[in-house]
Design a protein around this ligand. Structure first.
Ligand code: APR
Ligand code: ZN
Length: 350
């Protein structure tokens, strides 16, 4: 991990039983790709990154029934196995085997070295090979390129609001971190009818972007952020906070920004050595909830059609999330923009 990105040829085999080969139309650049490339998150290497993709089925292996050649699909980076304990109790987003594909090689370099698919999907490539359960058929009416964003940022952001936190109309909310994920959370809050919707970031240029996605207030993060958010939410604090950065400090500030009994949903993925601490007294006194949400705590096969309906009705604007359309060789520059907190989503268009 930490090695520079490289653009190279790989040999992709024909789909085996239960596998589907997909030609990518587009793939979004997510912070988790950056975290995988710099070692904040671990992955078996060499790895093809990219886990937010959509494309067209070009071949299916034996026994595949879900899709046919020519179908438009979204890729699912955390497919549920359907038979582990957590799938059986109805929490497939926590499936014990959802990362199974990412620890097996799926293709090879020219010299025969096995290559791993980043988060099981390997979407930063012209074509990929996934298991049938990692395929979600794309409903009509959603352009294939922008549909890529459904695969991570939007499923995650929408699910954080509607499945995990279950925000109701009129509730107040604050969102920390306005990258693709945080902006998708803002749009989901707008759909939920939440208000006020406060957006927080360290970069002032995110204000305009945030307001376009549904924020009614913008706060430039500083020492006083929690106090400012409480002031903007009737003096009590927000009913809901969403942490879309993945850092202990923002988790702590998010928690401090909620009202007594408020709920913080951690969406960002942080490092393993980054500790968050709370005093035993404050945990009791404030009776707040701190919880995380994985891939929107949802069921992609159920949620993608729902999201498509929002897109068709004009409630969900996928294109607004895309601030840069790039080619594969421009991913390092997209990572640089991300490190500087610039823009919304960069989308690799093939
Ligand atoms: N307070 C508020 N915002 C912050 C702070 C901070 N202390 N530090 C960084 N940010 C902002 C950045 O300026 C940027 O706008 O957080 C945003 C993060 O956006 P991206 O890097 O584009 O990340 P994104 O792809 O949206 O992912 C967010 O979710 O899926 C996880 O691994 C992913 O942890 C990451 C998080
Ligand atoms: Zn992602």
């Amino acid at each position: 991990m930490g090695a520079p990105l490289e653009l190279t040829e790989i040999e992709l085999p024909a789909p085996g039983p239960g596998q589907v080969r997909v030609r990518l139309a587009a793939a979004g650049v997510c912070h988790s790709d950056l975290s995988l490339s710099n070692g904040t998150l671990r992955a078996a290497t060499p790895v093809v990154l990219g886990h937010e993709g959509a494309g067209t089925v070009v071949a299916v292996g034996e026994g595949v029934t879900k899709v046919r050649e020519g179908d438009s699909v979204v890729l699912n980076w955390a497919p549920a196995c359907g038979h582990c304990h957590l799938c059986e109790i109805g929490e497939p987003w926590l499936c014990e085997n959802s990362y199974a594909a990412s620890v097996e090689t799926y293709a090879a370099l020219k010299d025969g070295t096995g290559v791993f698919p980043g988060l099981g999907v390997a979407a930063f490539a012209e074509e990929t090979l996934v298991r049938e359960n990692a395929i979600i058929p794309l409903p009509e009416g959603v352009p294939l390129t922008s549909a890529a964003l459904l695969g991570c940022a939007v499923l995650t952001g929408y699910g954080a609001v509607h499945n995990a936190a279950r925000v109701r109309e009129g509730e107040s909310a604050v969102v920390f971190g306005l990258g693709g994920v945080g902006l998708a959370v803002l749009q989901a809050l707008r759909i939920a009818g939440a208000g006020p919707i406060v957006a927080v970031d360290v970069t002032p240029e995110k204000e305009e972007l945030a307001r376009r996605h549904g924020a009614t207030e913008f706060v430039l993060a500083d020492e006083q952020t929690a106090k400012t958010v409480r002031k903007l939410t009737g003096g009590h604090g927000a009913d809901h906070a969403f942490e879309c950065v993945g850092r202990s400090t923002t988790i702590r500030t998010a928690w401090n920004s909620t009202r007594r009994g408020g709920r913080t949903t951690v969406v960002g993925i942080g490092g393993k050595d980054d500790q968050v601490s709370f005093s035993a007294l404050e945990v009791f006194h404030f009776a707040r909830t701190l919880t995380a949400c994985v891939y929107g705590n949802g069921v992609p096969e159920r949620d993608v059609p729902l999201l498509a309906e929002h897109v068709r009705a004009g409630r969900l604007d996928l294109d607004a999330l895309i601030t840069d359309r790039i080619t594969l060789d421009e991913i390092p520059a997209a990572f640089d923009r991300m490190k500087e907190g610039k823009g919304g989503r960069s989308l690799v268009v093939f």
